[in-house]
Design a protein around this ligand. Structure first.
Ligand code: SF4
Ligand code: ZN
Length: 320
């Protein structure tokens, strides 16, 4: 992060100490020692929670844990800040990637002595590789629909009032950039760090939306959190990765670009899209098949299930 040798921690300096900084945050022009970086990170998460009125100390929070740095860093920070937060892990059935990430999530839950709810996709539905093989849907689009569905269903049934995900600033900016390139008004009108609860949908929040990927990796390393370091095999070729690379080049030249792009969108542009959304919103129904909340007659997961089962049926008939 461009730390010059011998730079001292700014917070230590105000206390009359001369500790060497180990981190430099260019967008905040801030050099910090390990202890004060951890403190800075947690304060920033707390500030974001308050700024967007995400939740209170007396609410039951379910953290969506993937075994990666962001979700584990988020879970750790929430616990340290005194929030009542448990974890939720979906085993997507993606070979070694799922096995390793599940073990790391379990290990972390044991370390912090918190409950980790685990849902096995192969028992509930079909594993992601089967869906990828049997449908025309890109794996990630199906995966997103499935994760949102089960997270919401279980959070509600288990009595949690809010779902927290580990989306960081880089994720949010990449999505915003992609949606802006397409002028996708529908997605742009939903890109806010809080999605309020409504008729069966649990509130969803992103407390790391102002924390960069590098910052959450550092926070995990400084807290000795073991996380999965490689990406899911299905992420290869995703356009969001290309956007992230482009945006990183911009950020390198002009520190603070990402934060400004995102924060100004939330402040100046989102309110306009929100109005557009309010006009466009269809009434929320219940899926005719499973009874879960849905904007169409049949929810995305039931439609996906139908698609996979049709393909499997055709295959069985052909092989008979
Ligand atoms: Fe799911 Fe795609 Fe993420 Fe893999 S990369 S976990 S398939 S959304
Ligand atoms: Zn359904």
């Amino acid at each position: 992060m461009g730390l010059r040798k011998g730079t001292k921690c700014r917070i230590c300096k105000t206390k009359g100490k001369k500790t060497n900084a180990v981190v430099f945050l260019p967008q905040h022009r801030l050099a910090l020692c390990k202890e004060h970086f951890i403190e800075w990170f947690e304060k920033r998460v707390e500030k974001t929670i308050k700024e967007f009125r995400m939740f209170h100390k007396n609410e039951k929070i379910l953290v969506s844990v993937s075994g990666g740095k962001d979700s584990l860093a988020l879970w750790n920070a929430l616990i340290k800040l005194g929030y009542n937060a448990d974890g939720f892990y979906i085993d997507l059935g993606i070979g070694d990637y799922s096995e390793t990430s599940k073990e790391l999530a379990k290990k972390f839950a044991e370390r912090v002595n918190k409950t980790l709810h685990i849902v096995e996709l192969k028992k509930e539905f079909y594993p992601i590789p089967t869906i990828d093989e049997k449908t025309n849907r890109p794996a990630c689009s199906a995966c997103g629909v499935i994760k949102r569905y089960y997270m919401n269903k279980y959070a509600r049934e288990l009595g949690y009032s809010v779902i927290a995900t580990g989306h960081n600033l880089d994720d949010e900016v990449a999505v915003l950039f992609g949606n802006t390139l397409q002028w996708d008004l529908n997605y742009l009108s939903r890109q806010y760090p809080v999605l309020r609860e409504e008729n069966g949908f649990i509130r969803k929040v992103k407390p790391l939306c102002k924390i960069t990927e590098k910052e959450s990796a550092l926070y995990s390393v400084f807290n000795n959190i073991e996380y999965i370091e490689y990406e899911c095999p299905f992420s290869e070729g995703a356009s969001s990765i290309e956007y992230k690379l482009l945006l990183n080049q911009l950020e390198e030249k002009h520190p603070g670009t990402k934060l400004k792009f995102y924060s100004e969108f939330l402040k100046k542009v989102y309110p306009i899209f929100k109005e557009f959304k309010a006009k466009q919103d269809k009434p929320l129904n219940k899926c005719k098949i499973c009874g879960e909340p849905s904007y169409s007659e049949i929810c995305g997961v039931c439609r996906l299930k139908r698609e996979v089962e049709n393909k499997l049926k055709i295959k069985r008939e052909v092989s008979r």
